[in-house]
Design a protein. Structure first.
Length: 365
């Protein structure tokens, strides 16, 4: 029998096919597996808050720089809004006038008071005339018409005096009411004027200075970011599908985008219950085990949250797990469903449905 010698090209092809088949198949194996959840995020300071403009205008004063400590109540910036200032000054002037109008020396009250004095004198005169005409009428010296005219003049003078006194009381009440209105208007306008002032609501370190002197700002624009000078934490954005696996105390391994060669260890201390609409995720706060050597807030980061570890678990590469938690057996090229456990970035735990020694292959696209 003759030996058949295959060309080198065919041998090479068969070798490549054999290697390709080996690369696309695998068997379950035993190894330790750690489940981790990936999260992105940034550095933030504890008790961090934004100092935002409360009105529109130009920044005419800025009494701070990045990195400085500011005390609660300190005016750190001034916004020039002429309309607010003018309104406040006008309100103060109107309030002063209104308060003066409540005094007995107020022009309006003095005018009515003069009318009262004149009306009082008129009543006295008319009373005297009435008594005189009454006696003359009784003595039949004057006619009944003259007597009745004297009586009518007295009645009219008394009515005019009553009206003058009522006007005086009404003017006093009106002046007091106007004083209250103007006082409230002054308070409101002074509050609005104070919106020109940017005041630190808590003591802390200025981590960001977002505007510069002379910039025009609109209401709501963030001018500075202030926070605790001592505590920096990682603010993590986690997808809602992973929330059920998280709990306080879990370890987080973090890499800052400024230095991805260094890994920082942190611990979850707070899981915020509300969904954050801005990031479309849930917010987790992780605090570092040691003080950071880089503490610029806003620094982007990547994190892996350690959920759990299982030793000597039956695992397969993640790439061999198909949709619906199914794997393809090599012996019959059929998909079978498996029950999975912990999933890491490279491996997936098989709880049931597949055994050691069975060969699985990748499903052809």
């Amino acid at each position: 029998m003759k030996n058949i010698i295959l060309p080198a090209s065919i041998i090479g092809f068969l070798f490549l096919v054999s290697c390709s088949e080996k690369k696309n198949e695998t068997k379950p194996q035993r190894k330790n597996i750690t489940e981790m959840i990936f999260a992105s995020g940034m550095l933030e300071a504890d008790n961090q808050y934004n100092l935002s403009a409360q009105t529109d205008g130009y920044l005419v004063k800025m009494n701070f720089e990045e990195g400085v400590f500011v005390n609660k109540g300190k005016v750190i910036a001034v916004i020039d809004n002429d309309q607010n200032r003018i309104n406040a000054e006008s309100a103060n002037e109107l309030n002063d006038i209104a308060q003066e109008n409540t005094l007995s020396s107020a022009p309006a009250l003095l005018e009515i008071k003069a009318s009262i004095e004149a009306a009082t004198a008129k009543v006295v005169y008319c009373e005297q005339q009435f008594e005189r005409y009454k006696r003359l009428y009784e003595s039949q010296v004057v006619s009944r018409l003259d007597f009745e005219n004297a009586q009518l003049n007295l009645t009219n003078s008394q009515a005019n005096l009553k009206i003058a006194k009522e006007q005086y009381q009404k003017q006093k009440i009106s002046a007091k009411q106007e004083a209250v209105v103007q006082q409230n208007a002054r308070k409101i306008n002074n509050v609005i004027k104070n919106q020109n002032l940017l005041i630190a609501i808590k003591s802390g370190k200025v981590y960001e200075k977002r505007k510069q002197l002379g910039d025009y700002v609109r209401k709501g624009d963030v001018i500075a970011v202030v926070g605790s000078p001592n505590v920096i934490y990682a603010k993590l954005n986690v997808d809602e599908t992973n929330m059920s696996k998280l709990k306080n105390g879990q370890t987080v391994m973090i890499k800052l985008n400024t230095n991805k060669d260094k890994v920082y260890k942190a611990t979850i201390k707070q899981i915020l219950p509300a969904f954050d609409e801005t990031s479309r995720s849930f917010i987790i706060k992780a605090y570092f085990a040691e003080k950071l050597d880089f503490d610029i807030t806003g620094t982007q980061l990547e994190a892996n949250i350690l959920i759990g570890t299982k030793k000597n678990a039956l695992v397969i590469p993640v790439a061999y797990l198909n949709y619906g938690n199914k794997v393809m057996l090599k012996e019959n090229a059929k998909l079978i469903k498996v029950k999975i456990g912990i999933v890491s970035s490279e491996w997936v735990e098989i709880i049931s449905g597949l055994e050691l020694g069975q060969t699985i292959i990748k499903e052809e696209p």
